[in-house]
Design a protein around this ligand. Structure first.
Ligand SMILES: Cc1cc2nc3c(=O)[nH]c(=O)nc-3n(C[C@H](O)[C@H](O)[C@H](O)COP(=O)(O)OP(=O)(O)OC[C@H]3O[C@@H](n4cnc5c(N)ncnc54)[C@H](O)[C@@H]3O)c2cc1C
Length: 386
């Protein structure tokens, strides 16, 4: 009997965990190494859109995620005072595609994925520091001085990836020009019906309010900043309240309901797209390969798609380098297109000029639902390997 092929995954985020599940289900022996002492226990929420749910479904990993999340039922764009601009047919597109769009707390998503790993797969508190090519595989080094051999190393180590740095050299991050606050809080408000999502648009500021189920709301706020990349990341709830003075009552209620310690503040960043995601027996996925601004809610979704497509090619193509080349060719047009689209959308959403904000509002008001549906179907459709 032939020995199972061995993979090492650097990083137990959404992409790394999904890759490990997919490869184990395809018969690989997988070890995941996470630099942090635990899977991210805190943090906020996110949306796992229909394309990601379809990818998870294709490896039968969707059910625990669906159970831990909340299906998005309504999706509104509103003015900062809460007046409606338009609604997005996100729920209808999910029904058309046969997969729901989910809001979920990030720790619950990580847990829903991690629980599907074979026992003993995950080692936490051990940072991967580099790799060396071997004739028949790769040797991976860790910060405690240990090394492990494998047929494949997957760099799923996020925005500041060590594996990417070694593979591609310096590829600076690009600031977004804004900072973001994020939190999950209990919220009882008449507008927060089951599966509610609303994005409120102001000048150079946005606010998102999402039902993540069980009486909890996930909210995020973005605010243009002259020097966003250097803005201090210490959180003051008063600063957030001041940024949204005069906004819709539900926006103020969400911030007021949140304890200061539950609020995260971060810089949103992406990188110039690249076409290379692999080198020998080493491959990148998720934010390590193509970090993007959050405007389209697709960063984690694309990490999940990467993981499933990668495992698909590895399962059907015996030649490992050939499989990685197929993965790279399949993925880079889609993910790089989304990186660019997210940056473009971010410019529109964070617009400050009165004229641009007025045009934005009227563009969305006048665009028919059928057109909004058409624009979103492609991005929300998962394309498995051919
Ligand atoms: C404000 C904001 C809102 C967002 N909202 C959404 C959304 O609604 N929907 C969506 O799809 N996406 C969203 N995203 C994007 C999403 O969060 C990321 O794209 C996603 O987390 C990427 O997953 P990943 O597994 O590639 O990387 P990460 O989640 O960053 O995981 C990387 C892991 O690797 C570990 N690590 C790092 N270095 C090493 C090392 N050297 N060795 C071992 N382990 C290491 C880290 O500790 C971490 O656990 C949002 C992003 C932001 C900033």
């Amino acid at each position: 009997m032939t020995e199972p092929r061995k993979a090492i995954v650097a990083g137990a985020g959404i992409g790394g965990l999904t890759a490990a599940i997919a490869l184990q289900r395809a018969g690989w022996q997988v070890k995941v190494f996470e630099a942090a002492q635990t899977l991210r226990a805190g943090g906020s929420g996110l949306s796992v859109m229909a394309n990601a749910m379809a990818a998870l479904h294709s490896i039968d990993a969707h059910a625990p995620v669906e159970q831990a999340g909340q299906v998005i039922r309504q999706f509104f764009f509103k003015k900062q005072n809460g007046d409606p601009i338009t609604s997005m047919p996100i729920h209808e597109i999910g029904e058309q595609l046969g997969h729901p769009n989910i809001n979920i707390q990030r720790p619950l998503l990580l847990r829903a994925l991690a629980q599907q790993l074979a026992p003993g797969t995950l080692t936490t508190g051990l940072r991967c520091v580099g790799y060396a090519h071997r004739p028949d595989g790769v040797q991976v080094s860790f910060e405690d001085g240990s090394t492990h051999q494998a047929d494949l190393l997957i760099g799923a180590d996020g925005l500041n990836s060590t594996i990417r740095q070694q593979m591609l050299g310096e590829t600076p991050t690009r600031p977004s020009g804004y900072i973001a606050w994020l939190a999950v809080t209990p919220l009882n408000h008449p507008l927060m019906t089951e599966g509610y999502v609303a994005h409120y648009w102001g000048r150079g500021k946005r606010f998102g309010l999402c039902d993540v189920g069980n009486g909890q709301a996930y909210w995020w706020g973005t605010c243009n900043h002259d020097n966003a990349a250097d803005a201090a990341l210490s959180v003051s709830k008063q600063e957030v309240l001041s940024a949204y003075t005069g906004w819709a009552p539900e926006v103020i209620a969400a911030i007021e309901a949140t304890s200061e310690s539950a609020i995260l503040k971060m810089h949103a960043r992406d990188r110039e797209p690249v076409k290379q995601f692999c080198d020998g027996h080493v491959v990148l996925l998720g934010d390590a390969a193509h970090p993007m601004l959050p405007s389209l809610g697709q960063g984690a979704a694309q990490a999940i798609e990467d993981a499933v497509v990668l495992a698909g090619y590895l399962a059907r193509t015996p030649d490992l380098r050939g499989a990685l080349a197929q993965y790279q060719a399949h993925r880079h047009p889609r993910v790089n297109g989304i990186v660019n689209a997210a940056r473009f959308m971010s410019g529109i959403e964070q617009a400050e000029s009165k004229l641009l904000c007025w045009l934005r509002e009227w563009y969305f008001r006048l665009t028919p639902q059928s057109s909004l549906r058409k624009k979103n179907v492609d991005i929300l459709s998962f394309k498995p390997c051919a």
